[in-house]
Design a protein around this ligand. Structure first.
Ligand SMILES: NC(=O)c1ccc[n+]([C@@H]2O[C@H](COP(=O)([O-])OP(=O)(O)OC[C@H]3O[C@@H](n4cnc5c(N)ncnc54)[C@H](OP(=O)(O)O)[C@@H]3O)[C@@H](O)[C@H]2O)c1
Length: 302
């Protein structure tokens, strides 16, 4: 079997980026990871430890001058971005990275999308997704193939950041129709699909993956089964009432991150960001974990 071509990963110290690197190395791919000069010592150390598995580590920032960034990318055939940040990073930084990748001779760019179906949303639905669509128009003419990977919501986010589950009160709260199907995938499975796409020269366009497609009612069952806990399923209101709640909060704060979790929920519970079809079958080797198993593994007493 021939050696896969080299993959450059930006966002290497991040939650998703670090797991994309592990998945790529597991598949025998040569990987070059970019780490910011000021990156956390522990995260940098974890990457350094992967050098024995063939990982190259370079210092840099996706906002570096193009010539410098292109030199960092070197002979990589595919550039994967798993960065997170504001518009300076997601729009300007990623456009810069895509242009540097093209300059270095890389043929493909996988941007840091990793969300619900960004192509179906409108400006104002979710400000972080707005940045990703703006970025896409910026790097559309960068001179390389852009392949977008979408995964719905991370399981980790569904049971954590979204604020749906309150273990102390024993509740699982949600907005909208409890029977609306929702796309969701664990971080490791999203990383595995991203690595598979990065190493698949035939992959083009937007690819959509989900570990599971569950309604809130089914998600509630899965969380109860996995945790061994009984949780009261509470409906907070309709999807329209959720939109009104987002607008109410937006009027009260200067910081849109205060209501971003609600914007992600709105995109999901309305069905607006729902995938029409999945590309899981393209990579049958990947068998994503279920929400039940994910929650069971995270609940040692279950
Ligand atoms: N679908 C979902 O439910 C979901 C949930 C969470 C995240 N995501 C998506 O997954 C992607 C990755 O998120 P994450 O949670 O893994 O992010 P994260 O843990 O916050 O990591 C972000 C990474 O970006 C790097 N970075 C930031 N600015 C940079 C710059 N200017 N140059 C180079 N590197 C830079 C950071 O480096 P430092 O270590 O130096 O700061 C870090 O490695 C994002 O697109 C995010 O929206 C999706």
């Amino acid at each position: 079997m021939s050696t896969p071509s080299k993959v450059f990963v930006a966002g290497a110290t991040g939650l998703l980026g670090s797991q994309i690197i592990s998945s790529l190395l597991d598949q025998g791919a040569p990987v070059r990871a970019m780490v910011r000069p000021g990156a956390d010592a522990e995260k940098r150390g974890a990457l350094t430890a992967l050098r024995s598995r063939g990982l190259e580590v370079v210092e840099g920032d996706i906002t570096d001058p193009i010539e410098q960034l292109a030199a960092s990318i070197g002979d990589a055939a595919t550039v994967v971005s798993a960065v997170q940040g504001g518009p300076d990073v997601i729009v300007d930084g990623q456009a810069n990275l895509a242009r540097a990748a093209a300059k270095a001779g890389a043929g493909r760019f996988i941007p840091s999308d990793f969300a619900v179906d960004v192509t179906k949303l409108d400006d104002g639905d979710n400000f972080m997704i707005d940045w990703r669509r703006r970025a896409a128009t910026e790097y559309a003419d960068a001179g390389l193939e852009v392949v977008s990977v979408l995964n719905g919501a991370f399981y980790e986010v569904m049971v954590g950041f979204m604020g749906l589950v309150d273990w102390d009160r024993g509740t699982l709260s949600h907005w909208g129709d409890p029977d609306q199907p929702l796309d969701m995938t664990s971080v490791p499975d999203t990383a595995a699909y991203t690595a598979a796409v990065a190493l698949d020269p035939e992959a083009t366009g937007t690819l959509r993956f989900a570990g599971e497609v569950l309604s809130m009612r089914q998600f509630h069952d899965a969380v109860q089964r996995g945790s061994g806990r009984t949780l009261e399923l509470r409906r907070l209101g309709t999807a329209d009432e959720l939109r009104a709640e987002i607008e109410r909060q937006a009027a009260l704060t200067q910081n849109p991150f205060d209501y971003i979790a609600l914007q992600y929920q709105w995109c999901m519970v309305t069905g607006k960001g729902k995938f029409d079809a999945l590309d899981n079958a393209r990579y049958p080797r990947i068998t994503p974990t279920s929400v039940t198993d994910f929650v069971r593994a995270a609940s040692p007493t279950a």
